[in-house]
Design a protein around this ligand. Structure first.
Ligand code: FMN
Length: 138
């Protein structure tokens, strides 16, 4: 069973989570980088409105044949209640029929409202949602 962990992290928390998970499971790890450098201001505007509308952003290409994997873990922070936009772009990289566990990291906010949207999005990309975790940061 070959698993790939794809993650986007703005502040480092999701990165730490993904690195630990990969170390423990032996899964291959891929970091998602946005093409445009983001700062705290652009994380809120336009990052949050993008997150709320499940919009994609341009990301750096990853040289990998993802069809070689049996399953995926997709990890990203919650922005304004929804996964950060790079999550939407990463999801689009996965092969149709992929089994995907979603791991979202968040602060003290209620991140449950984004769950239905995530379920819809995973389905609309032709993937199967196999798990959903919300990891609280701090
Ligand atoms: C632009 C922005 C929006 C955020 N919105 C939320 C939110 O709606 N709810 C929440 O609980 N945390 C929110 N957070 C906190 C992050 O989701 C949380 O700290 C996350 O674990 C950070 O992961 P990272 O360090 O990998 O970027 C937000 C953080 C940022 C920068």
């Amino acid at each position: 069973m070959k698993t790939a962990i794809l993650y986007y992290s703005f502040g480092g928390f999701t990165k730490k989570y993904a690195e630990k998970a990969a170390g423990e499971s032996g899964a291959d790890l891929f970091e998602i980088h946005e093409l445009r450098k983001r700062n705290i201001i652009s994380a809120f505007i336009p990052g949050c409105p993008y997150a709320m509308k499940q919009k994609r952003v341009r990301i750096k290409p990853i040289d990998c044949d993802f069809s070689a994997y049996d399953s995926f873990i997709l990890a990203a922070p919650v922005w304004a209640g929804f996964p950060a936009p790079a999550f939407n772009s990463a999801l689009a990289l996965l092969p149709k029929g992929a089994k995907v566990e979603v791991v979202l990291t968040s602060g003290s906010g209620d991140s449950s409202k984004g769950r239905t949207k995530v379920e819809e999005l995973v389905k609309s990309c032709g993937c199967e949602l196999t798990g959903y975790k919300d990891i609280k940061n701090g």
